[in-house]
Design a protein around this ligand. Structure first.
Ligand SMILES: Nc1ncnc2c1ncn2[C@@H]1O[C@H](COP(=O)(O)OP(=O)(O)OP(=O)(O)O)[C@@H](O)[C@H]1O
Length: 371
């Protein structure tokens, strides 16, 4: 897993601009790129560099400034065929700006992105053939039928005759919109409408899919259905999917890795398991530690008071039928704490590390910075 510390190490090694370099002009002053072998790559961490496949999506030192606002500030990552990567961050973090650049709808202030080896700066036409982009909000021509809409996009991508019919049919079947083919778009539910948007993105059978908040506004069933389609695209059809969301838990089940971005900078990039285990670096005088949970058959209030007096224990709080607290001691001290607790006559039924959710990770990694 990479975090902001290692990213800044890379910056120093490659003489990328410090914040101060660009504050007066709003222009980054890039003099060297991150060497490809140093681009964050959590899913390939255990694969020797010379045995790794070619990435289908590679973002290299991407910057996009709007005046002095650093909407995207030195973002780098890679993904591969058959992988789903989550792009997670609060509002205004820089997700859409990054995705628009990958989709060749905007140009970077500095840096580059490569789709199947083609540069978005130098070869946008080649990128567009390989890439499908589903934006946050998209026009739907609501008076058109579903089939007309898909046919329109198939024409736009240059399909003719039987090939066009086949492309539309393939998408209708994949998105399970076949039975809605002749219905006007305005009669579709939000979930169906999002599936149609995904279908439009798939009409030219791209290798890389960029999906900006595709699950926003969907009810739980529609979310599950969309998630299933995205899983199929990667697992069965070997596509690379970059998907953004505010909600980490939503992506946990389908993503191979996720990058958490805030204020234009990737804070952490890792596999989902790595993100769950992530602990922010703490100041030397910060006494808080790993979260633990303890349950007792009775005398919970007494235990709470007792815990508050113990060394290395902080943040004691009741949660459901348990007490949760943070413990800064090592394993031996943790074992000693349990021994003394039992020695005090507490009937302990559970003493364990509190399981971390992706939401816990998101909250501990991001700070709520708004630029
Ligand atoms: N064309 C533009 N001109 C000026 N500022 C912009 C422009 N586009 C985006 N921004 C700013 O760049 C920052 C990043 O915006 P972006 O839309 O990429 O964030 P996001 O992570 O996608 O947020 P959300 O989840 O709300 O969509 C924001 O502060 C936004 O206001």
């Amino acid at each position: 897993m990479t975090d902001s510390a290692s990213q800044s190490d890379i910056d120093n090694e490659t003489a990328l601009p410090s914040d101060d370099d660009s504050s007066s002009t709003g222009e980054p002053n890039i003099v060297a790129e991150t060497p490809p072998e140093d681009i964050p790559d959590p899913t390939m961490a255990s694969v020797p560099v010379d045995e790794r496949p070619e990435p289908t999506l590679e973002i290299r030192n991407l910057h996009r400034f709007f005046g002095k606002l650093k909407a995207v500030n030195n973002v780098s990552f890679r993904t591969y065929p058959g992988q789903v990567m989550g792009f997670i961050g609060p509002n205004g973090a820089g997700k859409t700006t990054t995705m628009r650049i990958i989709a060749t709808l905007d140009l970077p202030t500095a840096g580059d992105a490569f789709v199947c080896g083609h540069s978005v700066v130098d070869d946008p036409e080649k990128v567009r053939k390989k890439l499908g982009f589903m934006p946050d909000g998209f026009g739907k021509y609501t008076n058109m039928d579903v089939v007309e809409y898909l046919d329109f996009y198939a024409r736009a991508y240059g399909f003719k005759g039987e090939d066009r019919k086949e492309a539309v049919e393939r998408v209708l079947i994949f998105t399970e919109l076949r039975k809605m083919a002749d219905k006007p778009i305005k009669t579709l539910s939000k979930g169906m409408s999002q599936r149609l948007g995904l279908g439009r993105t798939l009409i030219h059978d791209p290798e890389v899919l960029i999906l900006d908040e595709p699950a926003a506004g969907l009810d739980p069933r529609a979310r599950v259905e969309l998630r299933e389609l995205i899983h199929l695209l990667a697992a069965d059809m070997n596509k690379t999917v970059l998907i953004s969301s505010h909600i980490l838990t939503e992506l946990g089940e389908i993503c191979d890795s996720a990058a958490i971005i805030e204020a234009g900078t990737i804070l952490v990039h890792g596999t989902i398991e790595e993100l769950k285990r992530h602990r922010p670096k703490r100041a030397a005088d910060d006494l808080s530690g790993i979260p633990l949970a303890v349950a007792v058959m009775s005398r919970s209030n007494d235990l709470r008071k007792w815990l508050l007096e113990q060394p290395f224990v902080t943040h004691v709080a009741p949660a459901a039928n348990r007490l949760v607290f943070e413990f800064a001691g090592d394993d031996a001290k943790r074992a000693d704490l349990l021994k003394r607790m039992i020695g005090q006559g507490f009937a302990v039924t559970e003493f364990a590390g509190k399981s971390e959710t992706l939401e816990d990770a998101f909250m501990s990694i991001t700070e709520g910075i708004v630029q």
